[in-house]
Ligand binder design. Structure first.
Ligand code: PHE
Length: 339
């Protein structure tokens, strides 16, 4: 028995393995429950008891040596393989995708920052509004056809509860709460009952601006909007004001900028006119000031409102407004910016 153990000790010291599998086979051959060394323990039971002490010690030494040696063989391969898990740690990791801001958020932030530099602060109002703040206080008389300019969503059967069709309702909310000077912008979501197409959606976003103080003139409005257009679309951008009509401003205008794509030469974005419309504006109608208890003898002001989708489409040459609401990552991941 002692000779057999001695021979085994020599045999084990000579073992080699080329792969982790080979090393594992050696472990099974010598050290598993039915392995050669375990068999020795079975034989051990049959030897005379006076030999047991000596033989027992040698078998234990053999077992420890074999364990250490075979583990050593296995460890050569442990660098690349986690035992049993079958995971290759040298494989490249799974890269986590970073999110990006929605293009509408990027452009809204840009608009807000431009006006912040001119001293405008931000105010917000509710999306679910009442008739007074969306229409009446803005000089839309009841039954007046101007209410049909915007197709309104009503909530349930109450004609007084509706989704705001423009952020101009926030003008009223701000004027009710604050006396001039007011210099504020209101970004927000608006709703109109319109058929969805490449150019129109029933939900979209606006940024409204309101400036009320003593001696505010149309020249102030013009210069403020010129500054905005140049900051937003580049130094070369020109503006053009066309007379228009809104019930809450007098005089009213629509503002065009020189086409961002062709620079005014004419292309299909500007329909070969060289100009694209971006916002509505005007001097706040004295009636509107009076509705909100602001002294129209003392104060004057201007207001403007623009669609964020429209500005974004012009800035990034996006052809279809529906892309903003589909949340297709192939579209969204193209907009990376630090703000
Ligand atoms: N509320 C108008 C619209 O949605 C835009 C506007 C705002 C016009 C402020 C004049 C002054 O079309």
């Amino acid at each position: 028995m002692l000779d057999k153990i001695k021979a085994l000790r020599e045999e084990i010291k000579q073992l080699t393995a080329q792969t982790a599998d080979e090393a594992e086979h050696l472990r099974i051959k010598y050290l598993s429950k039915k392995g050669i060394i375990s068999e020795l323990f079975n034989d051990f039971k049959t030897i005379p008891s006076e030999q047991k002490r000596e033989v027992g010690q040698v078998i234990n030494v053999l077992k420890n040596e074999a364990q250490e040696f075979i583990n050593g063989l296995k460890e050569q391969f442990a660098d690349t393989q986690v035992k049993g898990a079958g995971v290759d740690l040298t494989l490249p990791g799974t890269v986590m995708k970073l999110g990006s801001r929605h293009p509408l958020s990027l452009v809204r932030n840009e608009i807000v920052n431009i006006f912040a530099r001119l001293g405008f602060n931000i105010s917000e109002g509710p999306e679910i509004e009442d008739d007074f703040h969306v229409f009446t206080a803005l000089n839309f008389p009841e039954e007046h056809p101007a209410r049909d300019m915007q197709d309104t969503f009503f909530i349930e059967k109450d004609p007084d509860v509706l989704l705001r069709t423009h952020t101009s309702s926030v003008q009223v909310r701000v004027m009710e709460k604050t006396q001039p000077p007011i210099r504020s912008i209101f970004p927000g979501r608006v709703f109109r009952n319109e058929a969805i197409s490449a150019r129109a959606h029933c939900i979209f976003h606006q940024v409204e601006g309101l400036y009320i103080d003593e001696n505010v003139s149309f020249a102030d409005l013009k210069q403020t909007l010129l500054y905005f257009a140049k900051e937003m679309f580049g130094e070369k951008t020109q503006i053009r004001l066309r007379p228009s009509y809104f019930p809450f401003t007098e005089p009213s205008a629509e503002m065009d900028i020189s086409c961002t794509l062709c620079g005014g030469k004419g292309c299909n974005v500007c329909k070969y006119t060289g100009w694209v419309e971006i916002l509505g504006c005007g001097m706040v109608d004295p009636h509107v000031l009076e509705y909100s208890n602001i002294d129209s003898e003392k104060y004057t002001g201007f207001a403007f409102g623009m669609g964020i989708e429209r500005i974004t489409m012009l800035k990034y040459q996006i052809k279809d407004i529906r892309l903003f609401f589909e949340n297709d990552v192939r579209f969204l991941e193209q907009f990376k910016a630090s703000i």
